[in-house]
Write a protein that binds this ligand. Structure first.
Ligand code: CMP
Length: 140
């Protein structure tokens, strides 16, 4: 299977509750490696640009407001089948639907405060990684 990279964000509800290490452990235990990482407090403009694909959705304003409400950890995870593996470990967007043992089942507070974001395709992963990191920031 191919070695891939995916973009992972630990959201403000995770930094606020000081559980970023617990969440990263879930990804590492699944065989994913952190190859780039930064803690950043996004401006509303930055959060809005990152989630521009959702601009027309009714939850967009709340999403932008939440994602700029506190620090996040942005990271690149690398491993076999990383895009899908990361999504499997995250669990469903709404924690009510998330499989027991997944990050969102374990830690998410609601569909809005759902602790983590992950790229949904290899193509989006490349774009999302480039949004936050230069090639030289990534050390495999
Ligand atoms: P994320 O994977 O970061 O992608 C967009 C985010 O919008 C999503 O996680 C949720 O936190 C948030 N969101 C809020 N309401 C919805 C919804 N109805 N469908 C999808 N995402 C939603």
């Amino acid at each position: 299977m191919a070695i891939e990279r995916t973009l992972s964000i630990l959201k403000p509800d995770a930094t606020r509750r000081n559980i970023t290490g617990k969440i990263i452990t879930c990804f590492e235990d699944a065989g994913l490696r952190v190859v780039a990482q930064r803690r950043v407090h996004l401006t509303p403009d930055q959060a809005g640009a990152f989630y521009a694909v959702h601009k027309e959705r009714p939850f967009y304003n709340d999403l932008v407001s939440f994602m700029s409400s506190g620090p996040v950890v942005v990271q690149v995870l690398e491993g076999e089948n990383a895009v899908q593996k990361h999504r499997d470990v995250m669990g469903a967007t709404n924690p009510k639907d998330a499989t027991p043992g997944t990050v969102r089942a374990l830690f998410a507070l609601s569909i809005d405060e759902n602790s983590v974001h992950g790229s949904d395709s290899l193509e989006n992963a490349k774009n999302e990684i480039a949004f936050f990191f230069k090639d030289t920031d990534i050390v495999g």
